[in-house]
Write a protein that binds this ligand. Structure first.
Ligand SMILES: C[S@@+](CC[C@H](N)C(=O)[O-])C[C@H]1O[C@@H](n2cnc3c(N)ncnc32)[C@H](O)[C@@H]1O
Length: 215
């Protein structure tokens, strides 16, 4: 994997300790509220036998839940090796080895080898990436039908919290930073690719949105 300073910093944040915590929480409580909302919004659509590209999938909660009954196969692209290992642990438990593909690295550096999928999701990933135009344009170009996002609300309280988080990263000499992007700008970009929003929900600081390609 080529390692930009931002991505190397991400490897330190999204590490084995975080994976252990995420796996334990998922096994005890199931999907978080924001993941469940995106899963439910997708299940209301006709997604049987569709494929899904989950960018920054973490331990792969969206993929594991939707592979149970609906999807044909998934591709997980994640810049954290530890999280990919966590997702593979659940894949083996679920017996879905023949339905899941993995790519380790920054999604934007691997776009040439990633096929289009019916559904593309980025849950809590836009806040990890500085160039929102690049991330949304590259990822939505991989979506045939649906585009799902979980992103932080762009209000002043969240911006202050993210600012404090970045200060703490700076003090710990970690080059990784988190970002609150303009929601209007993200919506305009997505609409410019011919997608309309079919679901919008809230979960504490997160907004959950599902967009559908207009025929
Ligand atoms: C906050 S976690 C979210 C995990 C999961 N999607 C969820 O909502 O629980 C962010 C994930 O995105 C990954 N990530 C961040 N930027 C990325 C990029 N440019 N390409 C691929 N993965 C990325 C991180 O490694 C991490 O696993």
């Amino acid at each position: 994997m080529s390692c930009s300073s931002h991505c190397c910093g991400a490897e330190k944040i999204f590490d084995e300790k975080g994976v252990r915590k995420a796996l334990k929480k998922y096994s005890k409580k199931g999907p978080d509220n924001f993941s469940q909302q995106l899963i439910d919004a997708l299940k209301k659509e006709d997604i049987n036998q569709l494929s899904m590209l989950d960018i920054g999938g973490g331990i792969g909660i969206l993929q594991h839940e939707l592979l149970k009954e609906h999807l044909s196969h998934t591709t997980d692209v994640d810049s954290s090796e530890a999280y990919i290992t966590g997702a593979k642990t659940l894949m083996v438990e679920n017996g879905t080895q023949d339905k899941m593909n993995f790519i380790h690295g920054d999604f934007n550096e691997h776009i040439d080898k990633i096929d289009k999928h019916d559904i593309v999701t980025l849950s809590r990933v836009v806040c990890c990436y500085p160039d929102i135009d690049k991330l949304i344009n590259n990822s939505i170009n991989k979506a045939n039908k649906y585009y799902g996002l979980v992103y932080p609300a762009d209000n002043i309280i969240i911006k202050m919290g993210i600012g404090l988080m970045n200060l703490s990263l700076y003090l710990r000499k970690n080059p990784f930073r988190t970002f609150v992007h303009s929601v209007d700008k993200m919506n305009d970009l997505i609409a410019s690719h011919g997608f309309e929003r079919v679901y919008l929900g809230n979960a504490f600081m997160w907004r959950i949105a599902l967009y559908k390609k207009v025929d």
